[in-house]
Design a protein around this ligand. Structure first.
Ligand SMILES: NC(=O)c1ccc[n+]([C@@H]2O[C@H](COP(=O)([O-])OP(=O)(O)OC[C@H]3O[C@@H](n4cnc5c(N)ncnc54)[C@H](O)[C@@H]3O)[C@@H](O)[C@H]2O)c1
Ligand SMILES: [Zn+2]
Length: 372
């Protein structure tokens, strides 16, 4: 259940993923809510801010000043920038650091950064002394609209992404939209791809907004940004609150991700953002939806036009269709020659676990590569 009300200028979305209820605060200067929030939490012995040096340099002063005002011991831990920090090795270093700094189990971990920092700090919070409270201050659009909602926390193993982790819900999420202003356009658009995904699978109003105003989306118009973040959080919450541990329904959030993940894996996670891979994967899923469910072609054209106008890719030039099919062999959702997809019967009507025969998939990928 989602209850939303506007308390200008901060929008609050109540997230109820089953095991816990917490609020997501969205708006300019949302980070200033941190003092009253932490002061309302009982018995907090210390604050541990986990971030990286780029984010600390860009926005750290504002957040750190607020935290200092709380009057509890504050430790700041930075990890190197990038996905490689999401490792057991880095986690072990930070966990040891927490012991050295005398952090007990009443401390509050705060992840301040993009999805990497969010997943990593959540992993630390889930594991240190069998679990600490944690809060998130996302600084990328991708973490604001996706990674910060749902409670999945993880680090990577050499043999696979997000292979060690837990479901550990935060106590609060502060989405300060001002922080997104310094994001590179490429990282910004990576988050927009997940917003388009949410719109396509479950939010007709958001879809209408995006299709009508691509220039406002591209230029990070403040009102549009607020709509994209608030509606995405609300939609993702509506799914994870019904299926916290991904037993079924939550799979719809993987729309565009079957082919997307295969592309990322083919490219060894180099030279392509997650959102770019998802953008390509959504086009594949839409074309497959047309073949399997007769999803209307004019709707697909409208989405393709939107992706084009935003500068999101429809295909990765250096990836052969065969390369994607090869990498789908490692997909957990594959059985014999069929791969299981999330497809759309109509806009905002997703169906998960749909088997797609190899031949149809190959035809669609070849069409996508050569005809779009
Ligand atoms: N837990 C989940 O449900 C979930 C969902 C989706 C993605 N993820 C994870 O999220 C990660 C990707 O997240 P991401 O796309 O945010 O990448 P990221 O965290 O690596 O951030 C992208 C880049 O932007 C920089 N950055 C962050 N905030 C900035 C700002 N405000 N201004 C300028 N630069 C800034 C970062 O330092 C980094 O270089 C992946 O590890 C993925 O597995 C998790
Ligand atoms: Zn994704």
């Amino acid at each position: 259940m989602t209850k939303e009300y506007s308390k200008f200028p901060i929008l609050k979305v109540k997230v109820c993923p089953g095991s816990k209820v917490y609020w997501v605060y969205i708006g300019s200067k949302a980070h200033q809510q941190i003092q009253p929030i932490v002061q309302r939490m009982k018995k907090i012995s210390a604050l541990v801010l986990i971030t990286n040096s780029r984010i600390q340099k860009l926005h750290g002063v504002q957040v750190i000043n607020e935290l200092k005002g709380i009057g509890v011991k504050l430790e700041i831990i930075t990890i190197p920038e990038g996905e490689t920090s999401k490792s057991l090795k880095e986690a072990e270093r930070v966990l040891n650091l927490l012991i050295e700094k005398d952090i007990d189990r009443h401390a509050l971990i705060i992840g301040f950064g993009g999805g990497v920092i969010g997943d990593f700090s959540g992993f630390i919070a889930a594991t240190y002394q069998r679990g600490l409270k944690f809060g998130l201050i996302p600084t990328t659009l991708l973490s604001a609209v996706d990674a910060s909602v749902g409670g999945k926390v993880a680090v990577n193993l050499e043999k696979g992404k997000n292979m060690v982790g837990a479901f550990h819900q935060p106590s609060f999420v502060l989405q300060d939209l001002d922080f997104l202003k310094t994001l590179s356009q490429r990282d910004y658009l990576s988050g927009v791809a997940e917003v388009i995904k949410h719109a396509l699978i479950g939010d007709p109003v958001l879809l209408k907004n995006l299709l009508a105003e691509p220039t406002l989306v591209k230029s990070r118009n403040e009102k549009m940004l607020e709509i994209m973040v608030a509606r995405s959080v609300r939609y993702k919450n509506s799914i994870v609150s019904r299926d916290e541990r991904e037993k079924g329904l939550r799979q719809v959030l993987n729309f565009g991700h079957t082919v997307g993940h295969a592309i990322e894996s083919f490219k060894n996670y180099q030279g392509i953002t997650h959102g770019e891979a998802v953008s390509i994967g959504m086009v594949s899923a839409l074309l497959l939806s047309n073949r399997i469910f007769k999803f209307p072609l004019p709707e697909i054209e409208r989405v393709i036009n939107l992706l084009r106008q935003l500068g999101l890719p429809l295909w990765a030039e250096d990836v052969p269709a065969e390369g994607i099919i090869e990498h789908l062999k490692y997909d957990k959702k594959r059985h014999k020659s069929e791969t299981f997809f999330v497809l759309l019967k109509k806009p905002t009507q997703p169906k998960f676990g749909i088997p797609v025969p190899g031949k149809i998939l190959e035809e669609v990928l070849q069409f996508q590569k050569h005809k779009l």
